[in-house]
Write a protein that binds this ligand. Sequence first.
Ligand code: PLP
Length: 370
Amino acid sequence: MIPVNEPYIGEKEIEYVNEAIKTGWISSEGKFIKAFEERFAGYIGRKYAIAVNNGTNALILALKAMDLPAGSEVIIPSFTIISCALACIYNNLIPVFIDSEKETWNMDVFKIEGKITEKTKAIMPVHIYGHPVDMDAVFKIAKRHNLFIIEDFAEAIGSEYKGRRCGSFGDISCVSFYANKAITTGEGGICLTDDSRIAERLKRLRNLAFVPEKRFIHYELGFNFRMTNIQAAIGLAQVERIEEHVKRKVVIGKRYTMILKELEEKELIRLPVEKEWAKNTYWMYGIVLNSSSGFDAESAMKMLSEKGIQTRPFFYPMHLQPAFRSFSWFKEEDLPVSEKLYNYGFYLPSGLTLSEDNIRKVAGALKEIL
Ligand SMILES: *Cc1c(COP(=O)(O)O)cnc(C)c1O
């Protein structure tokens, strides 16, 4: 089976983890945390980094730090991971779902303003599968309506919008270091910001809202979202190689596009795009079948699996999630692009360890089927 994704773990990871363990610094203090935070913030081009125990909690922490009144609305894409919606709900905020744009699969920026009410307080752009959101459009809307921006760049480490790295936008940006991301800490995440006050708040909230002056006196409700020094040891080794990881992702993406172009020309599938203002890092190489191909995602994935190729379905849109049906604020919605993406889209093996030979095998199998 050609796996859909495998992390790349090198010798440095083992060396640093050994050091963390041998020195006894195995909880959330120790030199690797600060070193990892600084190195990663430097790569993205942000002033402050606050490492946490996973990407979902990075989003929860970021929205908590914004101090929005209960019942405020947050604009998010429908086509994303459930973490984005949960981060709203666990902060007593209401996620408002935006349909996808057909080419990049990102939230359609032209559909945002129609959903803004006096309760809207923030926008959460999510760069899906490595392609950046049109951030100028998001900034314009945010400015006009006085909204915060929480950027989720978990799938766009190394991606760029108009020459600027994803993760450098908005009030706070959040990332995940789950094993399938461009760099990993096993489980982990980070919040980035350029605002020292927000950074202090994030640090306090991450650590049970302890304050340094008065131990065990708490002025607000915090979380334990601390990253361990062991995770950060893996992370430091990974971030030291981050340019190579990103380059490899881009090479894999461009190879697939080269080989699969003819299927797109025959109008059987749609491939990922790279807008002229974007650098796509192809976190996952997604394809969308045309209905004229005679297949939907499920049937094509099954046939690929029979040929020894692992794939993954696209996101199931948030507005259709059974888990949200019981919420009184949940409105029946019709977001056809995101629904179509789910029905016809899936992604191919895209891991850092994928060989040239396997890329050809995967693309070849897809051509045979179609
Ligand atoms: C992976 C991912 C997350 C969640 O990260 P975890 O570390 O698994 O909690 C959040 N947002 C996006 C866009 C992701 O791809």
